[in-house]
Design a protein around this ligand. Sequence first.
Ligand SMILES: Nc1ncnc2c1ncn2[C@@H]1O[C@H](COP(=O)(O)OP(=O)(O)OP(=O)(O)O)[C@@H](O)[C@H]1O
Ligand SMILES: [Mg+2]
Length: 366
Amino acid sequence: MYHFLMDINTLIINNLNHSLILFDENLTLKFLNLPAQELTGYSDRFINNISLSDFFYNNRYIDERASEVIETGEGFIDFEYKFENKNRNRRTVILEISKIADEDKFYVIVSLKDITRFKEMDNNIKNEERLNDLSRFIAEMSHEIRNPLGGVKAAASYLKRKFDQASFDLQANIKDLNNFLEIIIKEVGRINNLIEDLLSLSKKHKTSSEKVNINKIVNEIILLEQEALTNKNVEIIKEFDPSLPKIYASENALKQVFLNTLKNGIEAVKPETKGIIKIITKLDYTRNSPKFLKIEFTDNGCGISKKDIKNLFVPFFTTKEKGSGLGLAISQKIIYEHNGFINIDSVKNHGTTVTVYLPIEKRKYS
Ligand SMILES: Nc1ncnc2c1ncn2[C@@H]1O[C@H](COP(=O)(O)OP(=O)(O)OP(=O)(O)O)[C@@H](O)[C@H]1O
Ligand SMILES: [Mg+2]
């Protein structure tokens, strides 16, 4: 029975796909299983009395971790260790070092699990995902640029046809021509805005060495949207905390965030109900001390369906005929650059709350 168990143990240990290397308390090699022989390039016939340091070619990292494990008794694990074997082959492994006690002695086990293939696969998948994202982004961007370009081309072609006509009477057509020129200017403007948005999505926003007043910024963007608010008959209710501290931030970038948020709120207002947008600024406390400024925009608009909510920050996601779907993607990027975060809660047909959290930090953000 004893022999049977010994045989079975050896069989199991050699058939694990982990490399196991056992050292005694003097850090002298006692055993290495077959996978360890394959991984390290050592055969167990040539390893008499070799020390842990020699076995791993005086690898300081492994030496130091092993000493720590012996001293503290606590196991060590590195989930992605680049290991170079005897034949100079580089492998990525999960490295584990543990101490096991046996009566009055102890042993140190070094376990290496080769994950090189898995890492390669993972990298391939990540590259493929990146390429897919990039292809989708380029397709959407091209589509967005092509739409207004189509308008420009149609208007310009119309004008050219008119001018080509022998009987063309400029005075009689002046109003018509002017309309088509306006279409061209408007559509070129759309392309320009799109390019501005794309630049905003790719650039790092200028940092500021100045502290900014959030209440003042929100007031300014309300003024900028006054016309749209009046046209759509939307009332703004403000609840500003006057004691809000100033924070280091890029004023222009934050204006862009709040402007898009307010515009989204106005655009969400249903024609049949009176629109109300409540804007609250306050301090957000964690364990009795203020950690964030919280800026909340709540509208009573159309709300967002559960299916759409996970896509809100994806570039080009829009449910609007004339939307580019870049507003929230840009806003999220800007807020992340300020070490803050954005949260959106919404109930379809009832309304939406967008909450921006900005950290109150002593140091400047860069
Ligand atoms: N307050 C809101 N109420 C309802 N839906 C919203 C609200 N805010 C955002 N959304 C939804 O999120 C989508 C994405 O918003 P985002 O601001 O990124 O793009 P957009 O407003 O569609 O276009 P753009 O801002 O580029 O003009 C919107 O199309 C809309 O479906
Ligand atoms: Mg928007």
